[in-house]
Design a binder for this molecule. Structure first.
Ligand code: AMP
Length: 421
């Protein structure tokens, strides 16, 4: 379906033309008419499906007809990188509409605060914000949401994981009661269903897009590998694939980000790293360098697995199996975006076999598992049901290096690798 057929404003059609968006993606095709009708919407769609434009296009269309002053739409998302990215997409799509936006997130200097304050009081039509920083502004009492008509939550499931539920409810309490609410999420756990009841109008429309499956263009494979051989294996993969210019390596912890970066830098691979340990400026600089191909490899935690749109990723390497099956989909979703192709390779040690099997169930697909090259070492044997292997992940006994971490995870609800912005 073309965007013209969806009945969007001519100025938006012109912007889409400049961005070379020719046809609406499935989530856009389904969500845009519902939003244009003014209904609340819950959409299950993963990154890479064009979900950002699915909520931005109709929202821009509707608010461009609203001539009242002040903020008309608030978009809340979990991370600074995602806020910056959504804000950029607003700027591209709204170029001919005369609609202005600003991203409000933590980590910047005092100058940012003043600029954000100005936008929140008198300037921007659209605010794209992370919860923490927005609440700091709201607490100062000068934010004017009187004419706001649209409230959008992006990556709602990730926000729940990061413990933002109360923050979202608090933000919603500052908004006019009469408004259109749009919620986008890759998954729909029960925590979100409860949140929906508190912030949305009754009976929201729903759109479900083939959830929890990586995009069809991704070629997925796995290596069975002991921890001790992982760094050699990753170096070998990079060496064997000199034609691949954009590679992301995901690890589950910040410490492993350091470990992998150190190992690869020793071999003189152009490597940059991102985790919540890094300051905002550093994170942005690394992302810029990676996008501009000044560095070939980006190593990061799941902070970069969601939302961040970096084009043409050729290869995703999961240095370890993500703890939550949905994170696998998000990590792998970094490649093969908007119908290109890519490769995703996962390293599976004995302890992760059981978790990987759960991922295969979620994505309804069996992934080919290979042994590592003999010159690196021997592979463990695939045995996901061997309790001696996986017990360590779920209880105090078993496992090795991860013992302390597992113990903690047993009692903690939220993964702690994120810093709230
Ligand atoms: P998203 O799922 O919103 O992160 O979008 C994934 C990527 O697809 C982004 O780079 C968008 O710019 C791009 N994209 C979104 N919609 C379309 C479309 N209709 N045609 C081509 N590319 C698109």
């Amino acid at each position: 379906m073309t965007f013209k057929e969806l009945g969007l404003h001519d100025d938006l059609l012109e912007a889409l033309d400049h961005m070379n968006f020719e046809k609406a993606t499935p989530v856009q095709e389904q969500a845009i008419p519902i939003i244009l009708e003014g209904r609340d919407l819950i959409a299950c769609a993963q990154t890479g499906t064009g979900k950002t434009a699915a909520f931005l296009l109709p929202t821009l269309d509707l608010i461009s007809q609203n001539k009242k002053p002040g903020v008309k739409a608030l978009i809340v998302c979990p991370t600074r990188e995602l806020a910056i990215q959504i804000d950029r997409q607003v700027q591209g799509l709204a170029y001919f509409l005369g609609v202005f936006s600003i991203a409000v997130y933590g980590g910047g200097g005092g100058g940012d605060w003043d600029q954000q304050k100005k936008a929140l009081t008198e300037g921007a039509d659209i605010i794209v914000a992370t919860p923490g920083k927005l609440i700091s502004h709201l607490n100062m009492g000068y934010v004017n949401f009187k004419n706001l008509t649209h409230f959008i939550l992006d990556e709602a499931d990730r926000m729940m994981d990061m413990g933002f539920k109360e923050d979202i409810e608090k933000i919603a309490s500052f908004l006019p009661k009469e408004r259109q609410n749009l919620m986008f999420s890759a998954t729909m756990p029960s925590k979100i269903r409860k949140l929906i009841q508190t912030i949305m109008n009754p009976n929201p429309a729903q759109v479900n897009l083939a959830m929890s499956k990586p995009a069809a263009g991704v070629l997925q494979a796995a290596y069975l590998v002991h921890d001790a051989h992982k760094s050699k294996l990753v170096a070998k993969l990079l060496e064997d694939k000199p034609n691949l210019s954009k590679i992301i390596i995901f690890t589950s912890t910040k410490d492993k980000v350091k470990e992998v970066t150190k190992a690869l830098n020793k071999e003189n691979y152009g490597v940059g790293a991102i985790s919540s340990d890094f300051e905002q400026e550093e994170r942005e600089e690394v992302l810029r360098a990676f996008k501009a191909e000044r560095i070939r490899v980006l190593v990061g935690t799941d902070v970069i697995s969601r939302g961040i749109d970096i084009k043409d990723i050729n290869l995703v390497i999961n240095y370890d199996v993500p703890r939550q099956a949905e994170d696998y989909v998000h990590r792998v979703g970094r490649t093969a975006r908007a119908s290109t192709t890519g490769v995703a390779i996962t390293f599976i040690n004995e302890r992760d076999m059981h978790t990987f099997q759960k991922i295969e169930k979620l994505i309804e697909m069996e992934i080919v598992k290979q042994n590592i090259p003999a010159e690196i070492g021997e592979s463990p044997i695939w045995n996901p049901n061997n309790k001696a292997n996986y017990r360590g992940r779920d209880s105090k006994s078993g496992g090795d290096k991860n013992k302390g971490g597992n113990k903690k995870r047993h009692f903690k609800k939220k993964p702690k690798q994120y810093k709230k912005d």
